[in-house]
Each structure stands twice: as C-alpha cells, then as structure tokens.
Design a protein around this ligand. Structure first.
Ligand SMILES: Nc1ncnc2c1ncn2[C@@H]1O[C@H](COP(=O)(O)OP(=O)(O)OP(=O)(O)O)[C@@H](O)[C@H]1O
Ligand SMILES: [Mg+2]
Length: 272
C-alpha cells in the first residue's frame, strides 16, 4: 500500500446536537497521512466543533471518530493522554496564557508532559519559536505585547513543541495582513515537507486554500456538501459550494494596490 493512502483520521456518521440545535448530521470524512486537509463552511456551520471532536475536547452526540488508529470513544484515560501528545493545536483565538511570557507559553506542554529540565525546555521552546519565524527576543515578551501575526506564530510554536504527527489549525490567517498571511502559507507547506506532518485546518482564506490544501471539505447544513481539491470544488455548480468562491474575497482583492511579495515572504522560515 502506498504510505500516502494511510488514513489517520476517520469520521463515520458523526452527528452533533446542542439541545435542539443540530450542528452535524452523519458526517463521514477521512484524512490521509501527510495530507493538508481543509474544512470550510459558513460561520456557525460547525467547523470548530468538528475539530474539537477530533482532539478529544468535545464528544459527538453519535457516530465514531478514529485518530491514528484509536477509537476516541473507547480510550482509557492513559491512552487519551498518550494520544494528546501526538497532535498539536493552534486555536482560533490563540489560546496563550496572558500571565506567562511567550517562551513559557511555548514550553508549557513540555513542562506538563515531560520531566525535562527547565533549561532544556527553554532551549526547545526557543527552537520552536525560530521555526515559527519569531526572533528569540519575542520569548520574553507577553502575549498582550504581540501583534496578531506574532500571536499566531507563537501559538503555532506551542502547537509544534511536542513534535506532533498531526497539526490542527483553526483560522491560521484570520485577522492577518496579506504579507503575514503569506508567511503562514509558506510555513504550512514547509512543515509538511520537512516533518511529514498531517495538517487539518479551518480557514476562510481562499488564497491559503489554493496555495496549500490538498483536499477541502465543504460543511453546510450539517453535512459535507463536497470534498475535493480546490480545482474540483471550483468546477461544482451547486450554490452551497459556489458561495465560497463568489462571496469570499481573496487576500489580493483585499489589498488592491499590494505588490506581489509571495516569494519574499518565504524567507520567514528559518530552520538552522
Ligand atoms: N458548547 C456549545 N454549546 C452550545 N452550542 C454550541 C457550543 N459550541 C458550538 N455551539 C454551536 O454550534 C454551532 C457551530 O459552532 P462552531 O463554533 O463549530 O462553528 P464554526 O463553523 O467554527 O463557526 P466560525 O466560522 O464562526 O468559527 C454554532 O451554532 C454554535 O453556536
Ligand atoms: Mg470556528
């Protein structure tokens, strides 16, 4: 079997209700190893909730989710803890602790889950900050001192600190200027290329989708309306799919006079 065909996340008939409010109706999805898989859908269509269900933060009302071969509904506490070490998450709203500086925030998962020395944890945190394109001086700053783009990168550094196999990104470019957003495209591609990471991301950013997504699932009305490459989706004539191409505006359109700086932004990745 081709390694690229290995399924690492599998959802079968996943339904979610909050009281009477039905969010997901028997969703089937699968994500393959080393794939960059995107979830798109209108606000409130249940993207973040679905992501939270994949990372053991919320239990679906019914259906089955398997991650890295584990049925999430049948995990012991010990197995759940072990599985949590195998993924990293960048939350929609950053999720950094305001009372900790950036280096402490990034090192936190290592402090919680390993017995490494403080000095080693600080070094590893600094390495991940560099990977995420931040200077070492950012490590001693506090979250409220960071720009939106720096906050996203710090949050990404924390998501990477345990060297995960799976990376979940909820709106990685939301609120960023086009140049910073372009840096995120480059980062995501490098992470997959260098570490073979499987990436599941939620985004409204058409440019990011075209640049990095291998496959995209469209959520609407509680169901997966379509799954395919952006080119596949662009050819679909149903309104539930078309609205994302016609209604949403790409980064280029938002910055009408912006010079093209896609390639220059690639220098923000500095592995050494
Ligand atoms: N804990 C909760 N309790 C009750 N309702 C919830 C809860 N979490 C989510 N919902 C509801 O589920 C629906 C889906 O929410 P979700 O955050 O998953 O949407 P989303 O697609 O991520 O939206 P956005 O694009 O705005 O981030 C919304 O109607 C939301 O109000
Ligand atoms: Mg959301």
């Amino acid at each position: 079997m081709d390694a690229g065909d290995e399924t690492v996340i599998e959802l079968s008939k996943v339904s979610t209700r909050f009281g009477d409010h039905v969010v997901h109706r028997e969703i089937d999805l699968s994500v393959r190893r080393a794939e960059i898989f995107a979830l798109i859908g209108g606000s409130g269509s249940g993207k973040s909730t679905l992501l939270r269900e994949m990372i053991l933060l919320h239990r679906p009302t019914s259906g089955k989710i398997k991650v890295l071969g584990n049925d999430l509904d049948a995990l012991s506490e010990a197995d759940a803890s072990a599985l949590r070490l195998r993924w990293g998450v960048m939350f929609q709203h950053g999720g950094l602790f305001g009372a900790l500086n950036v280096r402490e925030n990034v090192g936190l998962p290592l402090r919680e889950h390993t017995k490494l020395s403080d000095a080693l944890i600080d070094s590893l945190a600094e390495w991940k900050l560099t990977m995420a394109g931040l200077g070492l001086e950012v490590g001693t700053q506090f979250p409220n001192e960071l720009s939106g783009g720096m906050m996203k990168r710090a949050s990404l550094a924390r998501a990477l600190v345990l060297d995960p196999e799976l990376l979940f990104l909820d709106e990685p470019t939301a609120g960023l200027d086009p140049v910073s957003a372009t840096g995120v495209d480059v980062l995501v591609l490098k992470l997959r290329e260098l570490f073979g990471l499987t990436i599941v991301m939620i985004t409204h950013d058409l440019d990011l989708l075209w640049q990095v997504a291998d496959r995209v699932a469209v959520l609407a009305d509680g169901r997966v309306e379509a799954v395919g490459s952006m080119a596949d989706l662009a050819a679909i004539d149903r309104p539930e799919v078309r609205q994302f191409f016609e209604g949403a505006r790409g980064r280029a359109a938002q910055q009408s006079a912006a010079p093209s700086n896609r390639n220059q932004a690639g220098t923000s990745w500095k592995p050494k």
